[in-house]
Design a protein around this ligand. Structure first.
Ligand code: ATP
Ligand code: MG
Length: 649
């Protein structure tokens, strides 16, 4: 229940992190205050770490009513220059920029230095130009997790084209919809992708998509070497078309507010929106957040397990780390192939220092037992991060204790596609951690919790999470539909950006995301976040994962419906169901007692690994006619099994 959530123990800053960062809570507080009170001066200083062709003199110019957002507007720069050329120019060309770990553990590891990345990016940029791509054009990128995916993004940025990356797991229909939405004439793809030994027919999917939404040209990277069909005049092999292109390609001077990319949200709440990010503010935001949150030091190996098809991959595989001159690992495979220890095997193999993943992966690996972790030497790890969903305190503890051996900080980073980068997090070294809480606002971020009437709540309390001031990395619009942008984010509470998430702030000023506001349930007049009930269920040693939704209940208004998956080897039983009910009563209170416990071998998830509560809600409501768009589900076939399970109770 919002006001009585677990007073989870605070985990102090590990000595190693304190010593390393030399950063104190007082320093954070002072810097945070300055980022708000002297915002323009603060962001001018942060922006100075980047190269500008023309330094900005106007810093923040924004209004949330009417909605208009600009940062650094009279400055010009190029983010590819900052992510690549700047390092080469500064004599860091031999530093490794990307390490590629292939799907097959015995496959060839590739290492690209910043000089290699510059050469490859120029080659791709000139090939795109040869194909006809010009500044301002939208280029769809549908790629496996190979360096050429990042290179394609950087090449677009270099010539001022706007990329729209689509996750390689999406279907032809989803691709067609996105190509149409942003009128993209150009596609970059590969013959096939590889994930957990399975091949993904990327080129064939593009062919099917283009039947519905035609494009002028397709550039195909040879990856697996599979035989794919090539349409004359439209499709070009990269290795052929790139032959003989110039080795020179100066970076276009972009205005800070020129578009950089469009990215469609993961779709857990409905039709995906194409959020538009621009150049200058996004560049500064991703570099600054990466630098402070991950506290990166030269020579370290950083690994973010996201896919470049999601915003996490954009900001924290490509633009953040590369602008900071880091060495970033790109992994093509999946966490559970060839075995459930793949993540840890890769960490040990490459001596990864900083590891950033999602709660869904942590819960899945936790379910398989600690043995997969402990058999590897993970002593290189010094920082762990999580993003994407609320992390249950139980999973946080496992991550901290079993993976991090209780010795390294865990940063739980709350942010959204719309925010461009991390918004709420602890900073390693400065902040004690609270398992299940994202922590404190990053520099320049002003969160506000409002009640149902939109009145701000002071001090401790819970409600809906808004942000009251603009920050540099904020999305500027929904591509082609500014009205939808205004309606979705700025109309619920006039003059404020509404995140769509519920949140509690505790007496220490720590923020606890309680899930999406749509997911708050109201039982006999008591409002509770589904995340809290889920955390209570996951505390049980036999439970791997849980998803909780409300359903109409004659007496209580809403009842509590819990979908539960068990750890490997455990079987559902009536006794276990009763134990789980008791556990929730004990953790939260009798009001939160589950009405239905529905054991299922798996939960429906988006392709980014988020639980699709919208569908679970419909099933719990016994409403199967309007399940809505299921095309963004990773495994649509799961739905039938869930419906059957519902009908049996
Ligand atoms: P859509 O907007 O299409 O429904 P989505 O919200 O899942 O999709 P993203 O922008 O990738 O798309 O996800 C942002 C959301 O993920 C946040 O609004 C929040 O609900 C959740 N989230 C992300 N990080 C965290 C975190 N550290 N703790 C809690 N929730 C998080
Ligand atoms: Mg969202």
């Amino acid at each position: 229940m919002s006001d009585t959530v677990t007073t989870a123990d605070t985990v102090p800053v590990p000595a190693s992190a304190k010593e390393r960062t030399g950063c104190t809570l007082e320093q954070y507080d002072a810097m945070y205050r300055r980022s708000i009170e002297a915002s323009d001066a603060f962001w001018t200083e942060q922006a100075r770490r980047l190269d500008w062709f023309r330094a900005p003199t106007t810093i923040a110019e924004w209004s949330f009513d009417p909605v208009s957002i600009k940062w650094f507007a009279d400055g010009t720069l190029n983010i590819c220059h900052n992510a690549v050329d700047r390092h080469v120019n500064a004599g860091r060309g031999d530093t490794v920029a990307l390490i590629f770990e292939p799907d097959d553990p015995d496959g060839a590891v590739r290492r690209l230095t910043y000089a290699d990345l510059q050469r490859e990016t120029i080659r791709m940029a000139n090939t795109l130009r040869k194909m006809g791509v010009a500044k301002g054009d939208r280029v769809t990128i549908y790629m496996p997790m190979i360096p050429e995916g990042a290179i394609a993004m950087l090449a677009c940025a270099r010539i001022g084209a706007v990329h729209s990356v689509i996750f390689g797991g999406f279907s032809p229909d989803a691709i067609a919809g996105r190509i149409e939405d942003c009128a993209s004439d150009w596609v970059v793809t590969a013959d096939e992708g590889l994930r957990g030994s399975k091949t993904i027919p990327l080129k064939a999917n593009v062919d099917a998509a283009l039947e519905k939404a035609p494009a002028k040209a397709v550039l195909v990277i040879r990856h697996t070497g599979a035989d794919v069909s090539m349409k004359d005049g439209r499709d070009h092999w990269y290795h052929e078309l790139s032959e003989g292109v110039s080795e020179e390609c100066p970076c276009e001077a972009m205005s800070a507010e020129d578009p950089l990319f469009i990215l469609y949200t993961s779709g857990s709440t409905g039709k995906p929106k194409g959020l538009l990010h621009t150049t200058g503010g996004y560049a500064v935001w991703t570099e600054t957040t990466f630098r402070y949150v991950f506290d990166y030091r030269p020579g370290e190996i950083y690994w973010c397990t996201a896919d470049i098809g999601w915003v996490t991959g954009h900001s924290y595989i490509v633009y953040g780390p590369l602008q900071a001159g880091a060495t970033a690992l790109m992994f093509e495979g999946v966490p559970n192939w060839p075995d459930h220890d793949r993540f840890w095997a890769v960490c040990a193999k490459h001596k990864v220092n900083i590891f950033y993943t999602a709660p869904t992966a942590i819960r899945a690996l936790m379910r398989e037992g600690a043995g997969h972790v402990t058999k590897h030497d993970l002593s290189s790890l010094r920082l762990l991060g999580t993003v994407g969903e609320p992390i249950n305190p139980e999973a946080w503890r496992w991550y901290h204790d079993t993976v991090g051996k209780g010795e390294v900080p865990v940063v739980d980073t709350w942010w959204q596609t719309e925010t461009g980068g991390i918004m709420i997090t602890t900073l390693p070294g400065a902040h004690p951690m609270k398992p299940g809480s994202a922590g404190r606002p990053f520099f320049g971020v002003c969160p506000e919790i409002v009640d149902a009437d939109g009145e701000p709540i002071e001090g401790a309390g819970s409600g809906n999470l808004c942000i009251t001031r603009s920050w540099p990395g904020q999305a500027r619009t929904v591509y082609g539909d500014h009205e939808r942008f205004v309606q979705t984010y700025f109309s619920t509470y006039a003059g404020k950006y509404f995140t769509g998430d519920g949140c509690r702030r505790d007496e220490d000023g720590y923020y606890w995301i309680t899930g999406r506001v749509d997911d708050v349930i109201n039982v006999s007049g008591h409002r509770m976040g589904t995340a809290e009930v889920e955390s209570a269920l996951v505390l049980h040693p036999k439970v791997a994962e849980a998803a909780v939704v409300g359903f109409p209940h004659d007496i209580k208004g809403q009842g509590i419906y819990c979908y539960v998956t068990l750890i490997a080897g455990e079987e559902p039983s009536d006794d276990l169901a009763e134990e789980l009910r008791q556990q929730v009563r004990k953790e939260i209170g009798p009001i939160a007692t589950p009405d239905h416990l529905h054991f299922t071998p798996a939960l429906p998830k988006t392709r980014s690994g988020k639980i699709m509560r919208r569908i679970l809600r419909k099933i719990a409501e016994n409403d199967y006619s309007s399940l809505g768009d299921t095309s963004t589900l990773a495994d649509p076939s799961l739905v039938d099994g869930l419906i059957e399970g519902r009908l049996n109770r």
